[in-house]
Design a protein around this ligand. Structure first.
Ligand SMILES: C[S@@+](CC[C@H](N)C(=O)[O-])C[C@H]1O[C@@H](n2cnc3c(N)ncnc32)[C@H](O)[C@@H]1O
Length: 257
């Protein structure tokens, strides 16, 4: 029987309580880098359903080497550490899939300010995350078991998206690994327009130049990934938000699980 089918043990914290504790723990390291980074981390973990869903569903379970492309201030690294700590302390909900157990993390991020914030907040974590300030279109991707790309690929044009995904496939090939790719479904016009508008506002608020964005309908994303050899499962990932976000769980070496 799969672990997430087991009934919750009496001693396990209720899922909502566990998630609140994980959110607090993953946000806490950013306090050292200023209130803005801490508020951003808490806001993102509270308002974006993807982070909790990734843990609940076990999407990152049993993947040792993680590459996070467009990692921003490294929230995934902090969440991986908080998850490992919670599991180690017996505070992991029995109703969830097993906690992730990453042993290495590399984040690639274009914006130097985000990289500096990530390093300042997270470099002392036991996971020892590594952050690289680089353009994903040119950065080397290390061999890995899991690639995470959340809301990033639409910043580059279609040819560049395809080239990045081909190099992601190469980085995952030896491990027959997994790509977690969150995209906005351009076929869902209203939700996609809302996410583009929010993207622009946030990009400007963070002092970045607002670049054009390049969407694809969901079916086109899936077709692209399948052509690269991935087996793909689409999971709606915008519950409680006005966006049209979808998480694509793309596995090499067989069927998407
Ligand atoms: C919407 S944010 C998502 C951040 C993070 N993945 C998350 O979910 O919290 C998109 C991130 O992608 C980064 N980005 C955009 N273009 C990039 C590129 N060519 N190479 C690397 N990072 C890029 C942006 O600077 C930004 O931090």
């Amino acid at each position: 029987m799969k672990r997430d089918a087991l009934p919750a043990a009496a001693s396990a914290p209720a899922a909502d309580t566990a998630w609140a504790a994980l959110r607090d723990a993953a946000s806490a390291p950013y306090r050292t880098t200023g209130r803005w980074a801490w508020h951003w981390a808490r806001g993102k973990l509270s308002g974006d359903p993807a982070f909790r869903a990734l843990l609940e569903r076990g999407a990152m379970t049993a993947r040792a080497r993680v590459l996070d492309i467009g990692c921003g201030q490294g929230l995934v690294a902090s969440l991986l550490q908080a998850s490992a700590d919670a599991a180690h302390g017996g505070d992991w909900p029995a109703a969830w899939a097993a906690a992730p157990s990453a042993r290495a993390y590399t984040g690639v991020e274009l914006m130097a300010r985000d990289v500096a914030r990530a390093q300042a907040a997270l470099q002392a974590l036991p996971l020892q995350p590594r952050f690289v300030n680089a353009d994903m279109c040119h950065a080397d991707f290390p061999a890995c078991d899991l690639v995470v790309i959340l809301d990033v690929l639409h910043y580059v044009d279609h040819a560049a998206q395809q080239a990045v995904l081909a190099r992601v496939r190469d980085a995952l090939q030896a491990a027959q690994g997994r790509l977690l790719l969150r995209i906005g479904d351009a076929g869902s016009r209203r939700g996609f327009a809302v996410s583009q508008w929010v993207d622009r506002v946030v990009t400007m608020a963070r002092g970045h130049r607002v670049a054009p964005t390049f969407g694809r309908p969901l079916a086109a994303w899936i077709e692209l990934l399948e052509a690269l050899g991935f087996a793909v499962r689409a999971v709606p990932m915008s519950r409680g938000t006005p966006f049209a976000n979808v998480l694509l769980v793309a596995d090499l070496g067989g069927h998407a699980r």
